[in-house]
Design a protein around this ligand. Structure first.
Ligand code: AMP
Length: 223
């Protein structure tokens, strides 16, 4: 898929909790291109207590956004790694208009951008996020309402106690949604104008959403 051919750049838009991470992980596995989640990268930096982690920790806790320059530098470095040369999937980036404009400047010239907006109502995403639990060992995500583990608070795959992200409380979720509406929602217009925007109803079972995402892809699998 390399050389003169275009490389897919899939961008997941949608509110926190709409299912971007789940769908991006699925697509990554099935298409053989990496999922790049800026939220995961920042959480890893916080975990490592790196200078970046120390800088962003409080912002993330409060449900705010990290500044555009920091985020663009992070993405620029990540997409220049060899595993991104056949395309990549962005989960949680861009989140502001300056980030979307900055991304245009650093995308490989033969990129084919496909932006997917996963739609979900505010009440639904609050419930989804407040019910979200993750396995710190293997990364599997559960939901106490929609996709509970077989044993309460334990990972089905390895039995590790599950944890709740510290920005997943209802209060912080409401704040993150406000930020989303103000900063990220305008990106729908940006990608509509640019061309290549697809919209998918996120309030359906994961499998149905996955099939719709798959259908929206104009490129074949590499695995
Ligand atoms: P997420 O896992 O995508 O919900 O991201 C968790 C948090 O990381 C967000 O609430 C922001 O504080 C921060 N973050 C992730 N991606 C970005 C981005 N593209 N721009 C600014 N902040 C971000």
């Amino acid at each position: 898929m390399n050389g003169m051919n275009s490389i897919p750049v899939v961008i997941f838009l949608g509110a926190p909790g709409a299912g971007k991470g789940t769908q991006a992980a699925y697509l990554s596995k099935h298409k053989g291109i990496p999922k790049i989640s800026t939220g995961d990268m920042l959480r890893a930096a916080v975990q490592e207590d790196s200078p970046l982690g120390r800088k962003v920790q409080q912002i993330m806790k409060d449900g705010g956004l990290v500044d555009d320059e920091t985020m663009l530098n992070l993405i620029k470095e990540r997409i220049s790694k060899p595993d991104s040369e056949n395309g990549f999937i962005l989960d949680g980036f861009p989140r502001t208009c300056p980030q979307a404009e900055g991304l245009e400047k650093i995308l490989p010239p033969n990129s084919k951008v496909i932006a997917i907006n996963i739609r979900a109502s505010e009440d639904e995403v609050v419930k989804r996020i407040a019910g979200r639990r993750s396995c710190p060992k293997c990364g599997t995500v559960y939901n106490v309402y929609f996709h509970p583990p077989k044993v309460d608070d334990q990972c089905d795959l390895d039995g590790t106690p599950l944890f709740r992200r510290n920005d997943d409380s209802e209060e912080v979720v409401r704040r993150r949604l406000k930020t989303y509406k103000r900063e990220t929602l305008p990106l729908i217009g940006f990608y509509k104008k640019r061309g290549g925007l697809k919209s998918i109803n996120g309030i359906q079972s994961e499998d149905v959403v996955m099939a719709a995402v798959e259908k929206a892809m104009p490129f074949p699998s590499t695995v």
